[in-house]
Design a protein around this ligand. Structure first.
Ligand SMILES: Nc1ncnc2c1ncn2[C@@H]1O[C@H](COP(=O)(O)OP(=O)(O)O)[C@@H](O)[C@H]1O
Ligand SMILES: [Mg+2]
Length: 273
């Protein structure tokens, strides 16, 4: 059975595209057939992250509008035959993608791949809504541990709920253990409790993420803390037995503003390792 995940966030720049590329690569290297759909129409990041900029011939909109067959638009990085990308259209506007056409593309992709990862725009942008349909099995919200991002993540969770999507799971990105210890940054558990979402994982802020981009390397080829965290999250997404479980959240009933102003948890939580 194939699983389609949509990866979204409250606001832009929280690490969705980086996260999606790294998770896809991990899953593909472990034998799954994986397809990334770059749903951030107009921005187009995934081809650069996967080193595929010069390989794009057709894109998502071309497939949606019947200008080409799906298979003609799918491209794979060298040496990663199990990983494919359906690129975004760089100059198109998101509203040009018809929801019905997108749903039909997902049906096809789920026949061809074990996992489909949709790198989507932030939830506060209307374009996210057009990507939501009943072919999506899992929703993931990525958030950084700051108030603005948490508040927008709450709104995004609301959009997903309104559209009848499965309850999203949460990954908190760019955590700094020293700041958390000093009570200056929310721990991932606090963000999860605030949003009342199940925590799927937490990723440290890691300068290797930047270095990887600079040297055109995949982060998953560099031995660093962020890679280890992403590895474990990929396993949790695949339900690999033996993956360290995280504490469960998602049962509270407090309104978001009450949860937001709970005192910061000062307990020192090691970052997902
Ligand atoms: N864990 C991390 N540590 C350090 N930098 C990160 C981390 N995750 C993402 N980044 C950086 O944040 C920026 C935005 O990431 P990106 O994946 O493009 O976000 P989005 O797709 O949500 O807009 C990029 O420069 C990326 O390298
Ligand atoms: Mg992006």
């Amino acid at each position: 059975m194939s699983t389609a995940w949509i990866i979204t966030s409250g606001k832009g720049g929280v690490g969705k595209s980086t996260f999606t590329a790294c998770i896809a690569l991990t899953m593909a290297r472990e034998g799954r057939k994986v397809c990334i759909v770059d749903g951030d129409v107009g921005l187009r990041d995934q081809d650069a992250l996967l080193g595929l900029e010069n390989r794009i011939v057709f894109d998502l909109l071309d497939v949606a509008e019947g200008h080409c067959r799906l298979e003609q638009a799918l491209i794979s990085p060298e040496n990663e035959p199990r990983l494919s990308l359906l690129p975004a259209s760089q100059f198109a506007r998101a509203k040009e993608l018809r929801p019905g056409a997108f749903r039909r593309i997902l049906v096809r992709l789920k026949q061809l791949y074990d996992v489909v990862l949709i790198d989507s725009p932030a939830g506060i942008e209307r374009s996210l809504r057009g990507l939501l349909n009943e072919e999506i099995n899992e929703c993931l919200i990525l958030s950084t541990p700051d108030d603005v991002c948490i508040r927008n993540a709450e709104r995004t969770a609301g959009v997903l709920e309104q559209k009848g999507m499965p309850r999203p799971r949460l990954v908190v990105n760019r955590l700094d253990e020293a700041l958390i210890r000093g009570g200056e940054m929310y721990a991932a558990a606090t963000v999860a409790a605030t949003l009342d979402l199940e925590l799927l994982g937490e990723i440290p802020d890691d300068s290797f993420v930047y270095r990887a981009t600079l040297t055109h390397q995949s982060l998953m080829d560099i031995d660093c803390e962020a890679r280890s965290a992403l590895h474990r999250i990929a396993h949790r997404m695949l339900d690999v037995p033996g993956t360290a479980p995280l504490p469960g959240y998602g049962t509270g009933t407090l309104p978001w503003y009450r949860r937001l102003f709970q005192p910061i948890l000062k307990e020192v939580k090691r970052i997902d390792r």
